[in-house]
Design a protein around this ligand. Sequence first.
Ligand code: ZN
Length: 293
Amino acid sequence: MSEDYPLTLMDLEKRFRTDEACRAYLTTLRWPNGWVCPRCGGRQGLPIRRGLWRCGNCRHEASVTAGTIFQDSHLPLTTWFRAMWHVTSQKNGVSALGLQRVLGLGSYKTAWSMLHKLRRAMVRPGRDRLRGTVEVDETYWGAQEPGVIGRLTEQKALVIVAAEEDGKGIGRIRLRCIADLTKASLHGFIGQSVEPGSMVRTDGLNAYLGLKGYIHDRQVQRLKRWLLGTHQGAVGQGHLDYYLDEFTFRFNRRKSASRGKLFYRLAQQAVQVEPAPFATLIKPPHIGRGGVK
Ligand SMILES: [Zn+2]
């Protein structure tokens, strides 16, 4: 299927006016080559009613939203589609409060839960590892000025970044919170984020030594300066990993010409990730205390 997405907000409003239209769109994203039973992998699906199929092989009934982030949501899909558009059209991230206002939702908790489910969809399942020459560096997220690195507070989280070199610039990135600067944490992150055989550039930290499966180059690099210059929103501790995923999603697609294409990617990934029931999302923080951004 060729990539098919709305180009403007007007387009979105016109095209996804009903839940039925949203469901049809999600169906083509989830099953581009025809319906597949989530239980047995059978391909003989019998439509029972709108958006619901019964497997001709194992009799399992599955809807297009079952097993996705939209599962068990009481909100209309039309609201979800507007939320996805809003989230992908903001340059520096979205707050739950902002989402609540734009969608006219009665409850902050609903907006917060939506936003966090969408953030979970921003990581593509089975995504590729970085390759080529990859710089790896670590920093304290939220340390706005280089001067504050020396006197850290409990609030600062340790974040590790891997970035592909792209000429003088930066290609794709991966970001993650790490507990400490031990060999296990650093090598573990590199193993998950960088394709073996690549050239990995790090600073002189001893814990990077003995990196197996990569060409290791230790030299001073420019990554920390870049990280410190990026927009680092205020984020509650437990949510930082999801915030970093959102940051990565935006950053890696920053050259994408069309907002619609970001919307398309998010919708596509939203039907590929596991559902995240509210209980598994972390308790929403109080509004007005920094909040989630
Ligand atoms: Zn089946």
